[in-house]
Ligand binder design. Structure first.
Ligand code: AMP
Length: 394
């Protein structure tokens, strides 16, 4: 019996799940929020019950100490060494860290050298890793990259048509994100269909606050909608997705803002929030649209149209697909959004079954028996992928 912790460190948060492997059983999970602020909030779920503690947690090292001390106090573990490995979700491995690795000083140096590629995420990821190394120095730390699954894309898919030295000298290319989720979901599809993974073609729609579509051919990512950063692709909760890049300079002049400020607007004030003017949360938009709010309805339609653009293009690029899958917050919980997308794909022979589609958060086939493509809802499980990789590297 091996206990593995899967960790996701953000700038002011630390999310964790403790799993028993290889059974893949979740022992406990939790979250420290507002790290570095007053009244940090520590939530831990034990036996289905949520315990909450409010106290000042100054930094990530204190957060890690708080978590492991609590695990001992609650007798979930007897001592630190009982955690045999910690797997860290790391947003970006670039073309140098192309699969999960045991973290040594060398990997930390590499991550520090590529911090420019994703400063908002990589800096907190590194802080989380260092905090665990400090508090649990004898426990192996593993990095699992959001980008790794997409390293199988061909040059024609990952190169931008910009001066080639942008790629060679500055690493400008499509990386893709949500890799562990796309991999988990596409592997599950092959299992459900009872087909070898190498013969299964799946289009995964990971629709959460951040959202991306992925073409998985024979278990390998051959294209995905997010790019150099998670801003590219379909419109999301607050992100614009693709726009004409010329808009950036145009709006810099109109609003007298810097490029950084405009990019910040594209990241934080666009997507659902920007179009609707109401909220970045799909639940708010669905209920506002039901009450007749035109812009809320339009925000949903704008996203659905672009999702369908990707699905159709990937269908052709893969030479057909066995399945389209919905996952993550919206994908798992918004039947109306799923139906709106699939109803735009009748030309591919995709047909949704309204009764089957009336479900939330469960694994289910939601297409009709005569649909030419199977459509599934499959709840994602990024933590289990992190724990699997960590386990295999121990
Ligand atoms: P995630 O980033 O995967 O946690 O997904 C967050 C998104 O999922 C938000 O837009 C939520 O509104 C959406 N979501 C979660 N639960 C529901 C629900 N029951 N109905 C519609 N959307 C939901």
């Amino acid at each position: 019996m091996t206990k593995i912790m899967a960790v996701n460190a953000g700038s002011s948060s630390l999310k964790f799940q403790l799993l028993e492997m290889p059974e893949e059983k979740v022992i406990t999970s939790g979250l420290v929020e507002r790290i570095g602020m007053k009244d940090s909030v520590f939530t831990i779920k034990v036996n289905g019950e949520k315990l909450q503690l409010i106290k000042d947690v100054d930094n990530h090292s204190e957060a890690v100490k708080l978590v492991v001390d609590k695990l001992i106090e609650l007798e979930i573990i007897a001592n630190f060494e009982e955690i045999q490995g910690v797997g860290h979700r790391v947003v970006q491995g670039a073309s140098v860290l192309t699969h999960s690795v045991v973290i040594t000083q060398n990997e930390i140096d590499i991550l520090e050298s590529i911090v420019d590629l994703a400063p908002l995420h990589l800096v907190p990821n590194l802080t989380g890793i260092k905090a665990f190394m400090e508090i649990l120095p004898n426990v192996k730390q593993v990095a699992v990259f959001d980008t790794a699954f997409h390293q199988t894309m061909a040059e024609e898919a990952f190169l931008y048509a910009v001066p080639y030295d942008w790629y060679e000298r500055y690493s400008v290319r499509k990386y893709g994100f949500h890799g562990t989720s796309h991999q988990y979901v596409s592997e599950r599809v092959a299992e459900i269909l009872g087909k070898p993974l190498s013969e299964t073609n799946t289009i995964v729609c990971h629709l959460g606050n951040g959202a991306s579509i992925c073409a998985v051919k024979g278990g390998k990512s051959i294209d995905t909608s997010m790019g150099f950063t998670p801003l590219e692709g379909i419109p999301m909760g607050t992100r614009s997705g693709n726009i004409d890049p010329a808009i950036i300079e145009y709006m810099m002049v109109k609003k007298n803002k810097s490029a950084k400020e405009i990019i910040n607007i594209l990241n934080k004030l666009s997507g659902y929030l920007g179009v609707s003017g109401i909220s970045s949360d799909s639940r708010d938009l669905v209920s506002a649209a039901e009450k007749g709010d035109q812009r809320a309805a339009m925000a949903i339609e704008v996203q659905a149209k672009r999702i369908v653009d990707y699905i159709a293009s990937y269908y052709v690029y893969m030479g057909g697909a066995d399945a389209i899958v919905f996952t993550a917050g919206i994908g798992e919980n918004a039947p109306g959004t799923r139906a709106n997308i699939i109803n735009r794909l009748t030309v591919l022979g995709a047909k949704i079954d309204p009764v089957r589609n009336d479900c939330r958060g469960i694994e289910r086939l939601i297409s009709t028996d005569d649909s030419k493509i199977k459509v599934f809802v499959i709840p994602t499980n990024e933590e289990v992928m992190i724990a699997r990789d960590t386990m295999s590297l121990l």
